[in-house]
Write a protein that binds this ligand. Structure first.
Ligand code: ATP
Length: 218
């Protein structure tokens, strides 16, 4: 489904990605790990078509990003590291707002189902009253409104308690199995990566993660 061919990206003189290649199939959950500053977020932004590589090519379902990026954007869900929701609106008002921007239309009861699936039932609570973890769940629910085939998550469980982290992990596994969504996500929690991901890709030159996760690199 996804083919990344020898992409490179640098910021002024700093080479962040150097001839990076990977492939991934529908229904897979791929963990992206590496030390701080290794280039995980940079890669996710390129995969989300929000940033362009300096070199190399990307294809989704056999179609290049260059020619088909508008079509791909509809297929891709991306949750950035920074939470991007309206603080003065309630949980459900946020969902309705983003549903209006989505090419896939959703009824209010479908939006509530999405929130229920991710165990965030507080429809009427203003976002500024939610904990950081609950805001992350809302961010994730918003990214699912347009039913992405390809979901990219930048540290979706950062700052989230163990129970919610397990719930999110289970939710992602169900999404991969039931909807055949390709999920690529980053986390600094190696136990979670081992538990949730089918395999792992290490970014950066440091061998620490390669040694630690040798059994998961396929
Ligand atoms: N827009 C930018 N302009 C210049 N440098 C950037 C930009 N974005 C990222 N960088 C640099 O590129 C490198 C990789 O950053 P990136 O955010 O991709 O790393 P990361 O692996 O996601 O790190 P972390 O685990 O800390 O989130 C860092 O040195 C960062 O400072």
């Amino acid at each position: 489904m996804l083919e990344v061919k020898s992409i490179s990206k640098r910021y002024s003189k700093r080479h962040v990605l150097d001839n990076f290649s990977m492939t991934a199939e529908r229904g897979e959950i791929v963990g992206l790990v590496g030390e701080n500053g290794a280039g995980k977020s940079t890669l996710l932004k390129i995969l989300a078509s929000l940033s362009k590589p300096d070199k190399g090519e990307l294809c989704l379902n056999g179609k290049t990003y260059k020619k088909h990026f508008k079509e791909h954007r509809r297929t891709i869900g991306y949750v950035p590291q920074d939470i991007a929701v309206w603080e003065d609106l309630t949980v459900l008002e946020n969902m309705k707002f983003f549903a209006r921007l989505s090419p896939v239309k959703k009824s209010v009861s479908e939006l509530k189902d999405l929130l229920d699936n991710i165990q965030l039932g507080r429809y009427g609570t203003k976002v500024n009253k939610l904990s950081g973890g609950m805001k992350r769940k809302l961010n994730l629910a918003i990214s699912l409104i347009n039913e992405p085939e390809f979901l990219l998550l930048d540290e979706p469980t950062a700052g989230i308690d163990l129970k919610s982290r397990i719930e999110i992990g289970q939710f992602l596994k169900n999404l991969a199995v039931n909807k055949e969504t390709l999920i690529i996500y980053t986390s600094h929690d190696m136990n979670e990566i081992k538990d949730v991901c089918d395999r792992v890709i290490v970014i950066g030159k440091d061998s620490f993660y390669r040694d630690l996760l040798a059994d998961y690199i396929k």
